[in-house]
Write a protein that binds this ligand. Structure first.
Ligand code: NAD
Ligand code: ZN
Length: 274
């Protein structure tokens, strides 16, 4: 991949001090959520979709009516999925297969383990939060490694539901409806069960970490706004300024891996002296 992992980033004194304040804010909050996007996985070698080095810039864009095409002919869509020919699909598969969780994913999982983060809401499909150990995980755009029944929303690990290329599309063992990849395609609604869980979590949140997302894709873009409207604290972690930066309570301007590792360090150091 062209995107070099940013492992050498060292926080300057002011960013380090801001990270310590953020650690205090996490400690003081009752219900912390993390909202993550494509930027968190850049240090794992997964570029964002658009922009320089983006997967779609390199390999071309997927069809913008992917879900409608799937519904119109699920068997044909499955044949393409089992033997991808479109360059973007081949590129995505190779990139995701090679990716491993980075320090940012691991720091968020550790925050959860320590009771300092109740749940992660992610727009990413790459499974890296789960691989890092996050337990309460809401994947609003689905998971590349899972399948989902379009009738009852049951999920299946790809290894657990054998797909017979002679009998496509695969059918749900519970309700017999068509099974598709769990990844939410263009034109496809976000699965209602995940969305409801997100709303329930956001309704409880008084603090949100917004990591590696430009917060332009709805409904996720609305979640930090909701926390702010309620008087909560929102912390942005992003090396670049975004449209959301001026609204954020704290903006930690650096790559997620180094910054979240430092926040975790301050949190654990403060806990040790409390
Ligand atoms: P986005 O591309 O709109 O924004 C990415 C943000 O990450 C940018 O603001 C960028 O400045 C920031 N960023 C870059 N490097 C970073 C780093 N090291 N640490 C922290 N932040 C960094 O991404 P989005 O908001 O997630 O929206 C794009 C959509 O594309 C999402 O819906 C998502 O589902 C999808 N997507 C997912 C993956 C994945 O699963 N890893 C990859 C590409 C795109
Ligand atoms: Zn079903």
């Amino acid at each position: 991949m062209t995107n070099a992992p940013q492992t050498e980033f060292v926080l300057d004194a002011s960013l380090d001090a801001e990270s310590a304040r953020v650690a205090d804010a996490l400690h003081a909050a009752d219900h912390v959520l993390a909202l993550t996007g494509a930027g968190l996985s850049v240090e794992s070698g997964i570029p964002p979709f658009r922009g320089p080095g983006g997967l779609w810039t390199k390999y071309g864009e997927p069809p913008m009516d992917g879900y409608q095409r799937f519904l119109a002919d699920p068997a044909a869509a499955w044949r393409e999925q089992l033997n991808p020919t479109a360059p973007w699909a081949v590129g995505l598969a190779e990139t995701l297969a090679a990716a491993k969780p980075n320090a940012g994913h691991k720091a968020l999982a550790e925050l959860e383990r320590r009771g300092a983060c109740a749940a992660v809401i992610t727009q990413n499909i790459d499974d890296l939060h789960r691989q890092a150990g996050s337990q309460t995980l809401l994947e609003i755009h689905g998971n590349y490694h899972w399948l989902r029944c379009i009738g009852c929303n049951q999920r299946f690990a790809k290894d657990d539901l054998k797909v017979d290329p002679e009998r496509l599309p695969p059918r749900c063992p519970s309700c017999s409806e068509v099974v598709k990849g769990d990844t939410v395609q263009f034109g496809e609604p976000i699965p209602p069960d995940v969305l409801e869980s997100c709303f329930a979590q956001v309704a409880l949140a008084d603090c949100m970490l917004v990591v590696g997302t430009s917060t332009t894709v709805y409904p996720a873009a609305d979640f930090p706004q909701t926390v702010l409207r309620r008087g909560g604290c929102v912390i942005e972690v992003n090396p670049e300024e975004t449209d959301f930066s001026e609204l954020a309570t704290y903006s930690l301007r650096g790559p997620a891996g180094a910054v979240l590792t430092r926040v975790l360090h301050h949190l654990t150091s403060a806990e040790a002296t409390r």
